[in-house]
Design a protein around this ligand. Structure first.
Ligand code: NAG
Ligand code: NAG
Ligand code: NAG
Ligand code: NAG
Ligand code: NAG
Ligand code: NAG
Length: 417
C-alpha cells in the first residue's frame, strides 16, 4: 500500500520524468509512458491580472494553409470578422507551417523551411520569458494533446493526425521544456474547458485546433464551422471576453507563389464598439503580435524581428508609435531567411545561430530582455531588426521592398537593402 508520502514522491518523479526535454526523434514517449503521464502530470493554470494599455487578455487562434480570398469567401469567417476588426494586410512569414509557429514565439524562424522535429537551444528566448518578467500568466491550448507538456511528434502516434508538434510554438524550445513547470502550461482543450469553468484562464494564450478543425486535413468550410461553434460562446462569456482581444489568423497562405497574406481579424471585449465591423489596412506580420503584446503590457523586446514590427493599431494609438507603410508591389514574404534549421546548408554563415539586437530602440519602447542582453553581450546583430519586414541582404530574401512613414510632418523612406 502507498503511504501519502510515497505516493507524492511517485507522482513527483513521473511529473519530472515527463519534463525531461526530448531532443531527438528516437526519444518519443512510448504508449506506456504516455498513459503514465496522462495519469500523473497535472496541468498548471496560473492566473494574473496585469492591466494592459489596450487589452487585458490576448488569445490567438491559428487556422492552416489558406489564401486570403478563400477564407474571406467562407460564410463563418466573414460573419465572425464582422463582429470585430478585419486586418486586410496581415502577412505570414514563410512556408511551410512550423517556422511560422516557431517565429510567433521567438521572433525568428532560424532558417526553418521544413516541418521536421526541431528542438531549439536554451539560449533562444521566447514570449514566455517576456511574460514572466511581469508574472503575466500565459498558456497554450492544443486540441488533442494527450497531456500537458507532451513532447512527441504527433498524437495519436499513428492513424489520422489530430495533434501535431509542428503547430505547437512553445514546445519547440529548450528554454520552455527544460523547466519543471512551463511544460505544464501547454495544455489541451479538455483543460481549456476546465480552466474556463473555474476562471483560471491565462492573460495570454495560443490556441491550436486539431488537424481536422484547423483546415489542414480538411478545408476552410470545416474550419469555419469549428470557429462558428468555438468563438461565439467565448465572446458571450463575460469572464473570458471582458477587455480581451481574440486574434483569428492563419499560419500561412495555401499557394506558396502568391503574397503570403492571411485572413485575420480581431474580436472580443477589447474591440471598441465603434470599430466593430470595420477594416484596418495596416501592414502586420506574425511578429507584430509579439511587439503588440510587449507594448500593451510594457514588456521588453526579444531583440529579434519583433523589434521593428508594426504594432496593432489599437496599441500603437495608445503609445504614440507611428507604424510603417509598405510598398506591396513585390512583397511576398514567402521565403525563409537563411539559418541553422534550414534544409539548405548555411554552415559557412557566421554566426550560424543569428544574434539578436542587444541595444537600440524597438517599437514597443521597453528595451531588450535582460537575458538576451547578457547572452549576446558584445555580439553584432545578424540582421537589421529595426525593419518591419524580415529580410536578409546577403541571400536577397525579401530585399528591395520600400517602406515609409511620416513622423511629425517628416517623411521617412527606407528600403530592405
Ligand atoms: C488532456 O490533458 C489532461 C491533463 O493533462 C489529460 O488527463 C487528458 O486525458 C487529456 N485529454 C485528452 C482528450 O487528451
Ligand atoms: C478533432 O476534434 C474534433 C472535435 O473538436 C473531432 O470530432 C475530430 O475527430 C478530431 N480529429 C481527429 C483527427 O481526431
Ligand atoms: C469542404 O469539404 C466539404 C465536404 O468534403 C464540402 O462539402 C465543401 O464544399 C468543401 N468546401 C470548399 C470551400 O471546398
Ligand atoms: C498559385 O499562384 C500562382 C501565381 O498566381 C498561379 O499561377 C497558380 O495557378 C496558383 N496555384 C494554384 C494551385 O492555384
Ligand atoms: C515566392 O513567390 C514567388 C513569386 O510567385 C515565386 O517565384 C517563389 O518561388 C516563391 N517562393 C517559394 C519559397 O515558394
Ligand atoms: C547558442 O546556442 C547555440 C547552439 O548550442 C550555439 O551554437 C551558439 O554559439 C550559442 N550562442 C551564444 C551567443 O551563446
Amino acid at each position: 500500500m502507498f503511504t501519502k508520502q510515497t505516493l507524492t514522491a511517485f507522482v513527483g518523479a513521473l511529473a519530472l520524468a515527463s519534463a525531461k526535454t526530448i531532443s531527438t526523434s528516437d526519444e518519443y514517449p512510448t504508449a506506456a509512458e504516455i498513459a503514465a503521464s496522462q495519469a500523473s502530470v497535472l496541468p498548471y493554470s496560473p492566473v494574473s491580472n496585469v492591466k494592459g494599455l489596450a487589452f487585458n487578455r490576448f488569445a490567438q487562434i491559428w487556422i492552416e494553409n489558406t489564401d486570403y480570398q478563400t477564407a474571406a469567401d467562407d460564410k463563418n469567417f466573414a460573419k465572425l470578422a464582422k463582429e470585430g476588426i478585419l486586418l486586410t494586410n496581415y502577412f505570414a512569414l514563410t512556408h511551410p507551417s512550423e517556422p511560422n509557429y516557431a517565429a510567433s514565439a521567438a521572433g525568428d524562424a532560424f532558417g526553418m523551411d521544413n516541418d521536421d522535429f526541431h528542438q531549439l537551444p536554451s539560449n533562444i528566448s521566447t514570449i514566455a520569458d517576456l511574460f514572466d518578467t511581469k508574472k503575466i500568466a500565459w498558456g497554450e491550448y492544443q486540441e488533442d494533446l494527450p497531456y500537458a507538456g507532451y513532447q512527441g511528434y504527433r498524437y495519436p502516434e499513428s492513424g489520422s493526425n489530430a495533434y501535431v508538434r509542428k503547430h505547437n510554438p512553445l514546445i519547440l524550445f529548450d528554454s520552455v521544456t527544460n523547466d519543471a513547470v512551463r511544460p505544464r502550461q501547454i495544455k489541451n482543450f479538455t483543460t481549456f474547458e476546465e480552466d474556463l469553468k473555474h476562471e483560471r484562464i491565462p492573460q495570454y494564450m495560443f490556441i491550436t485546433p486539431n488537424m481536422t478543425n484547423d483546415a489542414h486535413d480538411t478545408n476552410i468550410t470545416v474550419a469555419g464551422e469549428f470557429l462558428g461553434s468555438f468563438v461565439p460562446p467565448l465572446l458571450k462569456n463575460e469572464y473570458f471576453s471582458k477587455d480581451a482581444l481574440i486574434l483569428v489568423t492563419f499560419d500561412e497562405s495555401g499557394n506558396y507563389s502568391v503574397p503570403n497574406r492571411v485572413y485575420s481579424f480581431l474580436v472580443g471585449g477589447a474591440v471598441p464598439e465603434h470599430l466593430k465591423g470595420t477594416t484596418d489596412d495596416t501592414f502586420y506580420t506574425h511578429y507584430s503580435i509579439i511587439a503588440s503584446l510587449s507594448a500593451n503590457w510594457g514588456l521588453p523586446s526579444l531583440g529579434r524581428w519583433d523589434c521593428g514590427a508594426n504594432l496593432l493599431k489599437l496599441v500603437a494609438e495608445k503609445t504614440g508609435y507611428t507604424n510603417w507603410n509598405v510598398d506591396y508591389d513585390n512583397l511576398y514574404i514567402n521565403e525563409t531567411n537563411p539559418g541553422p534549421l534550414s534544409d539548405g546548408d548555411y554552415s559557412t554563415y557566421e554566426p550560424l545561430w543569428p544574434n539578436p539586437a542587444t541595444s537600440g530602440k524597438c517599437t514597443a519602447g521597453h528595451g531588450i530582455l535582460d537575458v538576451v542582453k547578457r547572452t549576446y553581450h558584445g555580439l553584432k546583430a545578424t540582421f537589421d531588426y529595426s525593419s518591419p519586414i524580415p529580410y536578409d541582404a546577403k541571400s536577397g530574401t525579401n530585399t528591395g521592398i520600400k517602406y515609409f512613414r511620416t513622423v511629425k510632418g517628416k517623411k521617412e523612406t527606407r528600403t530592405t537593402a
